[in-house]
Design a protein around this ligand. Structure first.
Ligand SMILES: NC(=O)N[C@@H](O)C(=O)O
Ligand code: NI
Length: 170
């Protein structure tokens, strides 16, 4: 059996080495539009580098994965950050790895709270978009432009990514 990594709830502190959490638990917020809207300001920055680099918005329509997940591949984007914000507010799985001399280290897994999104910093190893239980659409902010912005790495040995016990039935 491949080594098991159990996902834990996503928190800013735990995710800080990898990127930003997108939610309204954020002190930099203020009213706009005559008080009819609250702006939660600059949750993350969209980083883009390289030839004709630009920040772009896309919609990803994701197919769910069965859990526990057998993780065999991770990827990273050397030319830009990548943010995922669910359009339906349901939780999804986030898998990241520390970088160890250009190779991914042991994965860490998180389950988002309803309404949370993530922004992977540039060049951070991560699993591909992983909806849970049903198809899920996401607004994605990342980098467009020339050059190769996708580096994939097939793990020497797979990991089993499991949901926490209180979620495993979902
Ligand atoms: N390849 C692509 O656009 N998607 C991945 O980067 C991903 O993180 O899901
Ligand atoms: Ni990606």
């Amino acid at each position: 059996m491949s080594p098991v990594v159990t996902a834990r709830p996503l928190t800013r502190a735990a995710f800080a080495p990898y990127g930003d959490v997108l939610d309204t638990d954020w002190t930099n917020h203020y009213p706009i539009n005559a008080g009819r809207c609250e702006r939660f300001h600059e949750l993350a920055r969209i980083e883009t580098i390289g030839e004709d680099a630009r920040a772009i918005l896309s919609i990803f329509c994701g197919t769910p994965y069965d859990m526990p997940l057998t993780l065999t591949l991770v990827e990273r984007h050397p030319l830009g950050s990548q943010a995922f914000m669910p359009m339906d507010g349901r939780p999804f799985l986030v898998v990241v790895c520390p970088d160890e001399d250009g190779r991914p280290g042991r994965p860490e897994a998180f389950v988002t709270a309803p309404g949370q999104g993530v922004n992977y910093h540039r060049n951070v190893w991560h699993g591909v978009l992983t909806p849970l239980g049903q198809p899920q659409n996401f607004i994605v902010a990342d980098r467009g432009g020339s050059g190769n912005n996708l580096e994939e790495f097939t793990l020497d040995e797979p990991f089993t990514i499991a949901l926490p016990k209180d979620m495993a039935h979902e």
